[in-house]
Ligand binder design. Sequence first.
Ligand code: NDP
Length: 255
Amino acid sequence: MKFDDLNGRVAVVTGGARGIGYSLAEALASQGCAVGLLDRLPDVETSAERLAADHGVPAAHAVVDVTDPGSVSAAFASVGEAIGTPDILVTAAGITIWGDAEHVDRETWGRVIDVNLSGTFYSTQAFARPLLEQGRQGSAILISSMSGRVVNVPQHQASYNASKAAVDQLAKSLAVEWAPSLRVNAIAPGYILSDMTRQFTEQEPELAAQWVDAIPAGRMGDPEDLHGVVLLLASDASRYLTGQTVVVDGGYTAI
Ligand code: NDP
């Protein structure tokens, strides 16, 4: 896969220390993008060093909680100083907390909405501000989930599902508001093997088997299965594509 226009561009990936975020950072670095990784995990520094060493591109990092808009702005500024103003964003920071809806307390509900929806908004806002001020183009890619349009079973995760549906609508809203400077799209993955899901596949294999039974592709996805779409959305190859959610789920939501 080669997207030549990505060479030399600057990307930021939230939730970039590991999992889907780190993998998508690798996809962008493989095309020659400089990449800034933001994450609340201190490991993000090691991840940035690894990315730079493996792909020979400039990499920066910041330890930040995406639910704090002031810290998010500061993190974008420090990454911008280190590797240049980002013109590609991937928001992969996200959490899920399972629980029966009738017993979910305010703190748990608020945490999921705060990270998945508000954190995504603060990150996209901090990304957009300098580009809009300078009249420059950019592409924001928000990681939502197929859970924004179907209800996963058997686990109960109403807060997660609601937060991801909201991310899809956020992508549309920002795409319209910030056109024609910025494109804003979402990717809605199905079940992907990452640290978020590995705890279940390893500790509850019957549950994972139930998930896989419902996937026409016959397996959970790997983070690499999202690479083609993220590169397309980042690249000018999709210059007329905005305000959309691309579902990458092995056919799960087609049934
Ligand atoms: P992981 O848990 O493996 O990675 C998520 C990363 O985001 C972690 O490093 C995590 O840190 C970080 N993070 C969480 N909260 C914050 C925060 N407040 N501020 C900064 N960083 C934070 O998850 P995945 O890689 O699986 O998921 C990435 C994204 O993809 C999420 O938005 C998820 O909802 C979405 N997704 C995942 C699917 C899957 O099957 N895995 C399917 C569909 C969507 P920490 O470890 O400290 O929480």
